[in-house]
Design a protein around this ligand. Structure first.
Ligand SMILES: Nc1nc2c(ncn2[C@@H]2O[C@H](COP(=O)(O)OP(=O)(O)OP(=O)(O)O)[C@@H](O)[C@H]2O)c(=O)[nH]1
Ligand SMILES: [Mg+2]
Length: 433
């Protein structure tokens, strides 16, 4: 395993800067700053101050104007801060300028998210994905006054003569990126093999997606009676977990819990997690979970939908679910219904609405395919049993030449059913029967 970037030193004093521009809806800067606060707290940094800057337009050198930057830097020093955290993304040059000006580490929201992910990553796949995203983030930033790599300097002996420290660092990072990509590809191939095995027993699949902390893992647990880690912290889940759920009528469904999304998720991280999120792309449908108690749920929904689009899963059929309805008041319920009339209101905690969600899942599976008619020979009763387990059987009729079944079945099973599907309707025969 390659050596990874060390994570940000803990227990530093952090000075947080949020930004509100005229294009942003009122209050959004505040909201994002509150979210940044939560992210930073997750890194066990102590926050000395949070401040919101109103900005007419970003300026190229420091993002905010020079005067404002100097004022902020002085304030941060006065507060005894050791790191300034910007909510907006800083370009490598802006970050460098800021560090020169402030004489301390300056990081942005993207780097904070990468750090949180690095903290949470446990499985090999997640560790590799996060390491890759962090390496790519740091590549154009190696000239920073403060860098993760600075502690590893001195390993430069391996560089050729005349190669500057920076060139050496870049080479080391590029090598590691190549290495990580190769290793990741290997892990993904391995998982692909596992999935192929699963596809041979074709059971419809659904993925639970949504903003971080919406209750995705809790919902998986409630639906399937399992014990996946669910915690009141951001990004508790990084690795997809799949469990089988048996819906009413003995309909089986494989449910996958996935990593949560957040606003301004670093693009590199989305890229790195694409492989893991393949589960989302191959799912027959998605269950989009939204925390009904969040005053910003519209933003959460929009973020999830845009990340899904970025992943190429924008066209998957979706079941919309508002979770934590046990905590919601009438107004919140009304707002949710108004926003997404078709949505189900559930509580993973109390089980309220879970029956309706199961029923909706059953309908999704049933609608996955148009109605088909199959004639299954009597010696293939195993297929008839499968149809009941996997799809939505509407009629079943025992005839001399076999069992005539009509119903709807998920697309993933077409291969299995193909030999038994009746192409042409048989109206006359049916009329006589
Ligand atoms: N009151 C209430 N709390 C809930 C409900 N569902 C989840 N929670 C709580 O919300 C927090 C987040 O739940 P998780 O299931 O970990 O959320 P998640 O969407 O998987 O979060 P990440 O994996 O971090 O993206 C936990 O503290 C849960 O106990 C619910 O229906 N009602
Ligand atoms: Mg989770």
């Amino acid at each position: 395993m390659p050596d990874f970037l060390p994570t940000l030193p803990k227990a530093q004093r952090a000075f947080l800067v949020g930004v509100q521009t005229p294009e942003m809806p009122d209050g959004e800067g505040e909201e994002l700053l509150a979210e940044l606060t939560e992210l930073v707290e997750n890194l066990s940094l102590s926050i000395v101050r949070t401040t919101l800057v109103r900005l007419r337009a970003p300026s190229p050198a420091l993002f905010v104007g020079k005067g404002k930057a100097e004022e902020l830097a002085a304030l941060a020093k006065e507060d005894g801060a050791e790191v300034i955290v910007f909510d907006s993304a800083l370009s490598p040059a802006q970050q460098r300028n800021w560090e020169e000006l402030a004489g301390m580490a300056v990081i942005d929201r993207q780097e904070v998210i990468l750090e949180v992910f690095a903290d949470r990553a446990h499985t090999r796949e997640a560790v590799l994905q996060v390491a890759l995203a962090r390496m790519e983030y740091s590549l154009p930033r190696l000239t920073r006054a403060w860098t993760h790599l600075s502690r590893q300097r001195g390993r430069g002996a391996m560089g050729g003569e005349g190669e500057t420290q920076l060139e050496q660092d870049r080479r080391v990072v590029r090598d590691r990126i190549a290495h990580l990509k190769a290793e990741l590809a290997q892990v993904v191939r391995q998982r692909g093999v596992q999935r192929t095995r699963r596809v041979r027993v074709p059971v419809p699949t659904a993925s639970i997606v949504g903003y971080t902390n919406a209750g995705k893992s809790s919902l998986l647990n409630t639906l399937t009676g399992s014990q996946v880690l669910a915690e009141n912290k951001l990004f508790a889940t990084l690795d997809p977990t799949t469990r089988q759920l048996v819906l009413p009528g003995n309909q089986k469904l494989l449910l996958t819990d996935t990593v949560g999304f957040i606003r301004r998720l670093p693009h590199g991280l989305v890229e790195a997690f694409k492989a893991t999120l393949e589960e989302v792309l191959v799912a027959d449908f998605l269950i989009h979970v939204v925390d009904i108690t969040s005053p910003h749920f519209e933003k959460h929904r929009a973020t999830t939908l845009s990340v899904l689009a970025e992943l190429g899963a924008g066209d998957r059929p979706v079941v919309d679910v508002f979770n934590k309805v046990d905590l919601a008041d009438l107004l919140e319920k009304r707002a949710a219904k108004h926003s997404v009339p078709d949505a189900l209101l559930v509580s993973a905690r109390t089980g309220e609405g879970i029956g309706a969600l199961e029923e909706r899942c059953r309908e999704m599976i049933a609608h996955g395919l148009g109605t088909v008619r199959l004639l299954v020979p009597h010696d293939r009763y195993d297929i008839v049993a499968k149809l009941h387990a996997l799809g939505h059987v509407q009629t079943q009729e025992h005839r001399d030449d076999g069992v005539l079944v009509t119903g709807r079945f998920p697309p993933s099973q077409h291969g299995l059913l193909e030999p038994f599907i009746l192409k042409a309707p048989e109206p006359r025969k049916k009329a006589r029967a």
